[in-house]
Design a protein around this ligand. Structure first.
Ligand code: CP
Ligand code: NVA
Length: 300
C-alpha cells in the first residue's frame, strides 16, 4: 500500500489490517500508552474545501504519532493562482513525508500520486471519501462485533459517501443497499464493480433499502461544491430522510451513522439523530484512530 487514493485500491486484507491497527491505537490512547511511531515526520494537508473533522483529526493524529502537520489552504498555495498540481507535488515531495488532500476532482489526487514521490491520502473528493469509510467500518465493527453478513443501507444522494460505502461495505463482506433518486445514483464504475464482487441493491424505494438493515447511513442532500443546486435538490430529496418510520423497518438494534455535518430536518430528523448520537460521535472520534492507522501504514 503506497497511497490511499480510493478504497477500491485496497485488498480486503489491507482494509482489515488498517482496522486492526486503528483498534490498537485507540486502545493505547485510552490507556495513555504513547505511540510516537512517526517521530519527526511531516504531513502536508491541502484543503480546497472546508473541513472540521478531517482537518483536526489528521492534525491531532500526527501530533499524537510524534510528527507534525502543515495546513495548506489553496487560498495561500500557488495552486490557487494556477500553479499546476504536478509541479506543486514535485516540490512538496522534497520537503514533506506525506500529503493529505481534500479537493474536487479525483483525477487531481491521482495526479499527485503519479508525479509525487511521497504517499498521498485522499481526504475527500467528489468521487469518494475513503478515510471516512474506514472510520465507519471501524465503528460498525465495534458495535456489531464483525462486519461479514451485515446489511448496510445508505439513504440519499449517490455521492462520494455512497461510492465509498459500497466499496468498503462489499470488501468487508457486507450487503449494501442504496436508497436514492433514479437520477442521483452512485458512480457507474462503482456499481459495475459491486455487482461483480458482492450484493448491491439500488432503489428509489427507501423502505425497501432500509428493510432489515443493521446500519442505516445518510449524508447531506447537497455536498460541498453543489451549493447552487441546493433548492433543486431539496425538492428531489424531500422523502430521502432517515426518520422513525424508516427506522421501524430496519433491524430493532440497527445503528445510525452520519459522516457529519448533519442537516436536521433534511436527511435526518432531530429525533433519530439524537437517539443515535452516541454512535454518530463515536464514528466521528474514530476518524482520528482510523487515520492514524493509515498514516502509520503509509509514512512509517
Ligand atoms: N465527515 C467529514 O469529512 O467532516 P469534515 O468535512 O468536517 O472534515
Ligand atoms: N458528501 C459530503 C460529505 C462531507 C463529509 C460532501 O462532499 O460535502
Amino acid at each position: 500500500m503506497k497511497h490511499l487514493l480510493k478504497l477500491g485500491d485496497l485488498t480486503p486484507d489491507e482494509v482489515f489490517s488498517i482496522l486492526n491497527l486503528a483498534d490498537q491505537l485507540k486502545y493505547e490512547r485510552k490507556n495513555h500508552i504513547e505511540h510516537p511511531l512517526l517521530k519527526g515526520k511531516k504531513l502536508g494537508m491541502i484543503f480546497q474545501k472546508s473541513s472540521t473533522r478531517t482537518r483536526v483529526s489528521f492534525e491531532a493524529g500526527m501530533i499524537e504519532l510524534g510528527g507534525s502537520a502543515l495546513f495548506l489552504s489553496d487560498r495561500d498555495l500557488q495552486i490557487g493562482r494556477g500553479e499546476p498540481i504536478k509541479d506543486t507535488i514535485r516540490v512538496l515531495s522534497r520537503y514533506l513525508d506525506g500529503i493529505m488532500i481534500r479537493t474536487f476532482k479525483q483525477s487531481d489526487v491521482e495526479e499527485l500520486a503519479a508525479y509525487g514521490s511521497i504517499p498521498i491520502i485522499n481526504g475527500l473528493t467528489d468521487y469518494c471519501h475513503p478515510c471516512q469509510v474506514l472510520a465507519d467500518l471501524m465503528t460498525i465493527r465495534e458495535y456489531k462485533g464483525s462486519l461479514k453478513g451485515l446489511k448496510l443501507c445508505f439513504i440519499g444522494d449517490g455521492n462520494n459517501m455512497a461510492n465509498s460505502l459500497i466499496v468498503g461495505g462489499i470488501k468487508t463482506g457486507m450487503e449494501v443497499a442504496i436508497g436514492c433518486p433514479d437520477s442521483y445514483r452512485p458512480a457507474e464504475d462503482v456499481v459495475e464493480w459491486a455487482k461483480k464482487n458482492g450484493t448491491l441493491t439500488i432503489t428509489s424505494d427507501i423502505m425497501k433499502a432500509a428493510e432489515g438493515a443493521d446500519v442505516v447511513y445518510t449524508d447531506v442532500w447537497a455536498s460541498m461544491g453543489q451549493e447552487s443546486e441546493k433548492a433543486e435538490r431539496e425538492k428531489v430529496f424531500k422523502k430521502y430522510c432517515v426518520d422513525s418510520k424508516l427506522m421501524a423497518v430496519a433491524k430493532m438494534d440497527a445503528m445510525v451513522l452520519h459522516c457529519l455535518p448533519a442537516h436536521r430536518g433534511e436527511e435526518i430528523t432531530e429525533e433519530v439523530f439524537e437517539s443515535h448520537a452516541e454512535e454518530i460521535f463515536d464514528e466521528a472520534e474514530n476518524r482520528l484512530h482510523a487515520q492514524k492507522a493509515v498514516l502509520v501504514k503509509l509514512l512509517k
